[in-house]
Design a binder for this molecule. Structure first.
Ligand code: BES
Ligand code: ZN
Ligand code: MG
Length: 502
């Protein structure tokens, strides 16, 4: 999607659509729509008067211009009532609009986002935030994963955003920042939608490397030998069943070289989770190509962060491997020694996420991280607890957890914190090793989180379980089918909030 800002007269643009956002029952037209209405013989205002146009959220009324002005059609797009206005409604409205604007026949549209159009006399919306949410809806809603469809060629749609001349300077940064972040969400979706025969650990590493060449990120990877030297027995244990070599992917952004602080984003990077010897049932096993969605999200987030250049240090680490059965695969009852020295009894080879994260977290601590956020499609149990509506949050630190929730409230990527009571720990006591890798039937997401927490220690840490939210089969508005790109926007928002509070 190409976005261009313009201030030339709307009626002279040769575009398929002119989009005019309209708050419910605002009564009168404002901004460029006023003049267009006059040129079209009051056809818009008459429809408003007759209540053919009401302005309910996502209501779209199409008005043909029959060659009277250059644009072919005017779309009046309802925003709902001004009193109910929020960022999520805006994302939703523009997300739905996006698929209409990117249809094959048309690839050029103009959207009026000038302050007169989007303000009402009693308006209490923030214009910058409005524009941000609108662009998020457009870019995220226009996404489709068509790469492997031979009959579909992605037509690049061109969107002109109309502003008043005096607004353009201020809004440009909002537009470019939002474009960077939204494209990062779509990058994350691309990575997690890619099948596992294409998105191998090596391919994920190569992608991260090429992103670093395209930005001011430092790239590093550890291969199997280097992992052995560091004693990453848990990560290597998971990798044993696969022919694909594991990779530990590291991307680093140093936005504040004078500060010793370093925020780590650690993402689970299982490029395919068959379950290993504790193999999964066949139904929907294909979705496990997306078991690297956490890894994809931290790679995408740090890529956006590197472009936005906040004054903060961030490191992204992704332990990437397949979890496969095979002659050399690890087996239930095996005991592995982690990089931290702690031993883990493998009770179920399908609980592999916590194993790879354990070593990745120990590693990132050794690199000086003093705050850690991990993102993982960790447990089926989180889907039982929270459905596909929100991600689970687990933490050892109220302040960091709160920063995350605040960021998530702003982005609309819903999250909910679950408890981490000490009493849960005994569920993963082992008779033969320091701990085992599963904690039994009850509270599976909590015990999963607590097992990761065993390797975090006192460092402020938040774990986000995205097993229920990383993919959707129920697409709506700006959330299209397949990988969702959650929680890229929240991670970026959190980092921006942190850098602004310095
Ligand atoms: N990758 C899965 C979790 C998952 C489930 C992700 C559904 C996305 C959708 C994870 O590795 C897993 O298999 N977890 C087990 C843990 C259990 C063996 C303790 C699970 O949830 O069944
Ligand atoms: Zn998994
Ligand atoms: Mg598993």
């Amino acid at each position: 999607m190409n976005i261009t800002v313009i201030n030339d007269p709307v009626e002279h643009q040769s575009v398929e659509f002119v989009v005019i956002p309209y708050f419910e029952k605002s009564g009168e037209l404002t901004g460029p729509a006023k003049n267009i209405d006059i040129l079209l013989n009051q056809s818009i205002s008459k429809l408003i008067k007759d209540e053919e146009i009401v302005g309910k959220a996502s209501e779209i009324t199409t008005i043909y211009t029959y060659g009277i002005i250059q644009p072919k059609k005017i779309l009046i797009v309802g925003l709902g009532s001004i009193d109910n206005w929020d960022l999520e409604i805006t994302r939703t409205v523009f997300g739905k609009l996006s698929s209409k604007l990117s249809s094959k026949e048309n690839n050029k549209s103009l959207i009026c986002l000038d302050s007169e159009t989007i303000s009402t006399p009693n308006g209490h919306q923030n214009n910058n935030q409005f524009v941000q949410a609108a662009i998020e809806g457009l870019i995220l809603g226009g996404y489709e994963f068509t790469k492997h469809k031979s009959d579909i060629k992605d037509a690049e749609s061109n969107i002109l955003l109309y502003f008043n001349q005096d607004e353009i300077k201020e809004i440009s940064k909002t537009i470019s920042d939002t474009t960077v972040i939204s494209n990062a969400v779509n990058l994350c979706r691309d990575l997690a939608n890619e099948p596992s025969n294409a998105m191998t650990p090596n391919q994920l590493a190569n992608t991260a490397k090429s992103l670093s060449l395209d930005s001011n990120l430092e790239y590093k990877e550890l291969n199997q030998k280097q992992m052995q030297d560091l004693g990453m027995g848990a990560l290597l244990g998971v990798a044993k069943g696969s022919k694909e070599e594991p990779k530990l992917i590291v991307l680093e952004y140093n936005g504040n070289p004078n500060s010793p602080d370093k925020l780590a984003l650690v993402g689970k990077g299982i490029t395919f989770d068959s379950g290993g010897i504790s193999i999964k049932p066949a139904t929907n096993m294909g979705d496990m190509k997306g078991d690297m969605a956490g890894g994809a999200s931290v790679i995408s987030a740090i890529y956006a962060i590197a472009r936005l250049q906040p004054a903060i240090n961030v490191i992204a680490v992704v332990p990437a491997t397949e979890n496969m059965p095979g002659g050399n695969a690890q087996k239930p009852g095996d005991i592995v020694t982690t990089m931290s020295g702690k031993t883990i009894e493998i009770d179920n080879t399908d609980a592999e996420g916590r194993l790879v994260l354990a070593d990745a977290i120990t590693y990132v601590k050794s690199l000086g991280a003093n705050e850690i956020i991990d993102v993982a499609t960790l447990t089926g149990a989180i889907v039982i607890a929270l459905g596909n509506i929100c991600a689970g949050v687990f933490s050892n630190n109220k302040e960091l957890a709160n920063e995350l929730i605040v960021a998530s409230n702003a982005t609309g990527e819903k999250m909910w914190e679950l408890p981490m009571f000490e009493e849960y720990s005994k569920q993963y006591n082992s008779k033969t090793a320091d701990i085992k890798n599963v904690g039994g039937r009850g509270a599976g997401s909590i015990t999963g989180a607590k097992i990761i927490g065993e390797f975090v220690g006192e460092t402020p840490w938040v774990h986000i379980d995205i097993a229920g939210t990383s993919r959707t089969t129920d697409p709506k508005s700006y959330q299209t089918h397949g990988a969702t790109g959650v929680p890229v926007r929240t991670l970026v928002q959190l980092v921006l909030n942190k850098s602004q509070s310095l």
